[in-house]
Ligand binder design. Sequence first.
Ligand SMILES: NC(=O)c1ccc[n+]([C@@H]2O[C@H](COP(=O)([O-])OP(=O)(O)OC[C@H]3O[C@@H](n4cnc5c(N)ncnc54)[C@H](O)[C@@H]3O)[C@@H](O)[C@H]2O)c1
Length: 312
Amino acid sequence: MKILVTGGAGFIGSNVVDAYIREGHDVVVVDNLSSGKKENVHPDAAFYLMDIRSDDLRKVFDIERPDVVNHHAAQKSVPKSVEDPVFDAELNVVGLLNVLNQCVAFDVKKVIFISSGGALAGDADVIPTDEEHVSDMISPYAISKYVGEKYLHFYAVTYGLTYVSLRYANVYGPRQVAEGESGVVPIFMENFFQNRPSELYAYADQPRGTTRDYVYVDDVARANVLALTKGRNVPINIGTGVEMHIEDIYRQMQEVLGHDLPLIRKKERVGDVRRSCLDCTRAKDVLGWEAEVSFKEGIRRLYRYMSKTNSP
Ligand SMILES: NC(=O)c1ccc[n+]([C@@H]2O[C@H](COP(=O)([O-])OP(=O)(O)OC[C@H]3O[C@@H](n4cnc5c(N)ncnc54)[C@H](O)[C@@H]3O)[C@@H](O)[C@H]2O)c1
């Protein structure tokens, strides 16, 4: 199968590209390298340095004629989306529409769209949260991902396009960059490597911090392989269903890495989702997928990778 992966030079997209190539598929990557790196791109993948909003995208589709499009390229920061909702919509809505128009024009068999389970569920009253519980979205990022799913539905109904929307929980693993918005795992990991203490934002009534559902990137890549042939016109949560407090994440990482660096307690941050964990029953039913890598095993794998490369 020929698969075009947008954002295939980024953290998750490049791991998905590797998995597709291991399965024997032909892969084409379109990425503008705004946050991705050329060295993340598998040497057997064709690479186009291009913005998903470009008119030239049509030429790539004309040359490559992909069977499936896997859409990872996006503006992925919640605070950035709040600061600049226009930029967020340009990438996550207008960019998506440019990709979908090419999919229709060149008879792509399926689109795998990447959405966000955490952002869409928000501060849900039901935890773990299934796909039917969508919150009152309070960030342009959540809105643009949700609108993306609505556009996919429109293209399915109007042009017969087939899609699946994978709503990720918090993903961690090799090639993730430790920035403010990438989640605590790469930040704690980097701090352990640099012998620096880490910070915990705690609530008076939730002293161990917010909760999150952390899923290892190899499991996420496997879901993308299964989604090539399974799942039709539905959103599917991709997480572990295990709700972990940030302090527990830190303690488990400490145990695996054998560190005793202190955790500095800070007051809660405004706007943080307090609890987040996905119900992934549909992934099991539709894709035959379940997360297999435990948190401690994921940390061991990430540590081995970082020890070899000395970088995330
Ligand atoms: N990291 C997570 O925990 C998480 C959780 C939920 C959803 N997601 C989604 O997964 C996808 C990948 O996220 P990631 O964490 O790997 O981020 P990333 O920044 O590592 O990857 C995004 C890739 O898209 C590329 N890109 C950005 N804008 C582009 C444009 N206009 N044209 C072409 N390429 C462009 C970047 O260069 C980068 O390679 C995003 O859609 C994100 O919203 C991530």
